[in-house]
Ligand binder design. Structure first.
Ligand code: SF4
Length: 282
């Protein structure tokens, strides 16, 4: 029976667009692990893997080196590693896989705040191209009660720094994460955040707590009322209405979304709003 050359420490996550990539775990879990809506790594004790173990995984892939084009660094926030450690891993990847085209990773705004623009540029020059960053909301009240660990202005500072260093961003906003009470300000302030960042990619997904809504409510310190499908779509409409983007690829095609939208904003903004209006008036 065929056995994949790397043994993973599960659970293992990757963005949908990394479905064809080799996943390389350089950390286990997330160093923050405190966002109230997130259960991805709560079963794992965070640790940075030893370089010798990471290199052993890379070496195990050498027989397939010519086929490796994309690598995704996991788990939750590999950029918590020092720049020197990351450069050593990136250099090993480049020397091992001559046909590599893209190296990407999850990152948190805090990871980016903790690195200088020059460090981020060194990572970009060593082959790190794309960061997936869960911003979740641009509203400070919402960011506070979901315990994201960074506020609106810090996120702008973090993302603008990494983009100035040449790293592309794929950012995520969670539809419904403000609940009914904060829905409007979540939509409008999230759009303002995205406008200030101008990311290459933007996606939305719908709040879908793995352990259920009651568990989520027990983890946040505000009255939280879940949005119904109609309200979620109204919130998405308000968010898109307030987006002022130069050229951002937009996707709401995660399994949690009630309405699939794919295109480029500004080109497809009117079409998206018409699609939303059609659902609302049905
Ligand atoms: S930073 Fe990301 S992975 Fe870590 S707890 Fe928050 S949402 Fe989950």
């Amino acid at each position: 029976m065929y056995q994949f050359p790397i043994q993973y420490d599960e659970p293992l996550f990757r963005p949908p667009s990394e479905g064809q990539s080799i996943i390389l775990q350089i950390t286990l879990g997330c160093s923050w692990n405190k966002c109230s809506f997130c259960e991805m790594y709560t079963s794992k004790q965070f640790r940075i893997r030893k370089e010798e173990d990471i290199f052993a995984d890379i070496n195990a892939l050498l027989p397939y080196a010519d086929q490796v084009r994309k690598i995704f660094l996991a788990d939750g926030d590999p950029l918590v590693l020092s720049t020197n450690k990351l450069l050593s891993i990136l250099n090993k990847l480049n020397s091992s896989f001559p046909r590599i085209q893209r190296i990407s990773a999850y990152a948190s705004p805090t990871n980016l705040l903790n690195k200088t623009e020059s460090e981020l540029a060194q990572l970009k020059n060593a082959g790190l191209n794309l960061l997936y960053i869960g911003l979740e909301s641009g509203d400070n009240t919402v960011l506070g009660f979901i315990n994201k660990g960074a506020d609106h202005n810090q996120m702008i500072e973090a993302l603008n720094k990494s983009q100035k260093a040449g790293l592309k961003s794929s950012v995520m906003i969670i539809n419904g994460v403000g609940g009914r009470q904060y829905s409007k300000q979540h939509a409008i302030n999230s759009a303002k955040l995205i406008n200030a960042i101008q990311p290459k990619y933007l996606s939305t997904l719908v709040l879908h707590p793995y352990k259920g809504m009651d568990y989520l409510k027990s983890r946040i310190n505000v009255e939280f009322e879940e949005l119904n499908k109609f309200e979620l779509i109204e919130e998405l409409k308000l968010f898109i209405q307030h987006l002022e983007l130069e050229e951002t690829i937009f996707r709401s095609d995660h399994a949690s979304n009630h309405l699939v939208l794919k295109g480029v904003i500004p080109r497809d903004k009117t079409r998206f709003l018409e699609q939303i209006e059609n659902i609302i008036t049905q």
